[in-house]
Design a protein around this ligand. Structure first.
Ligand code: ZN
Length: 83
């Protein structure tokens, strides 16, 4: 095995690790019902996302609305989901 091949392999592993890290953006916010600190993983890197997730503490439905551009969170809005 040549040294060049070995370094290419290392850089490939590094790129894969960075991609995995970007896919698991952990973000924290306070629940609009019980005010507990909740973490969630951002699955989408680009564009706006809006979905409803139950609070892991009080199980109330929370509307999560965020936008990510170039790996940076542009805004995050968390409020009580409307019935
Ligand atoms: Zn809660």
């Amino acid at each position: 095995m040549s040294q060049g091949f070995f370094y290419n392999l290392l850089s490939l592993i590094f790129v894969l690790r960075v991609l995995i890290m970007y896919n698991e953006h952990e973000t924290f916010f306070s629940c609009p019902y019980c005010f507990e600190r909740i973490s969630f993983l951002l699955e989408e890197l680009y564009g706006a996302q809006k979905y409803i997730e139950d609070c892991e503490v009080c199980c109330q439905p929370i509307e999560i609305d965020y936008k990510i551009t170039d790996g940076q969170m542009q805004w995050l809005r968390v409020e009580r989901a409307q019935d």
